[in-house]
Design a binder for this molecule. Structure first.
Ligand code: FAD
Length: 138
């Protein structure tokens, strides 16, 4: 979204009339569909993780870590608050926080389930499949 806006408003961004900023608590971007390939041993885990800065248009500002973690949004005052205690004004806000799987809601699921639906779990599934096939060969 940030890249598309930056492309469409490149003239306004060049003149400084418009500023686009991405706030993210993480500086890494995980290409989630790749977790299926990781789990099945068809892709290296590191291949699906990229520096988010490198994926963004150079004109887009990127703020991450505690400076990028949004803890509160004040819609009526057009401002966001970040974990470092700062506040930032905006004209337009796009929220794309993804979805978060709370595995602990189902007791025992985390310990017994194999899934490609989060990054660490896909690596665990990959390791389990490798050890299962090694066991099978014995
Ligand atoms: C195994 C798998 C296969 C998939 N296959 C497909 C497919 O084939 N086709 C398809 O279209 N989609 C697929 N998806 C879904 C797709 O990956 C997601 O829909 C997409 O990644 C969602 O993008 P997003 O930017 O909304 O969220 P995410 O990619 O999850 O990014 C959310 C970002 O928000 C940040 N964030 C969260 N909370 C805060 C906060 N409070 N402050 C600051 N930053 C925050 C996170 O750090 C993260 O960087 C698949 C997903 C999985 C897991």
């Amino acid at each position: 979204m940030a890249n598309r806006i930056a492309e469409k408003l490149r003239t306004e961004m060049k003149t400084g009339e418009v500023e686009v900023t991405v706030f993210d608590r993480s500086e890494k971007h995980v290409y989630q569909p790749g977790q299926l390939l990781v789990a099945l041993g068809m892709e290296d885990p590191s291949a699906i993780v990229k520096e988010e800065r490198e994926l963004l248009n150079p004109r887009v500002k990127f703020v991450y870590g505690s400076k990028g973690e949004v803890v509160r949004i004040d819609v009526s005052n057009h401002s966001i608050f970040t974990a470092d205690g700062a506040s930032h004004q905006y004209d337009y806000l796009v929220i794309a926080t993804g979805s978060h799987n709370d595995w602990n809601l189902v007791p025992g699921l985390r310990e017994t389930e194999f899934t490609a639906w989060d990054y660490e779990a896909s690596i665990k599934m990959r390791e389990a499949l490798v050890s299962t096939s090694v066991e099978g060969q014995r």
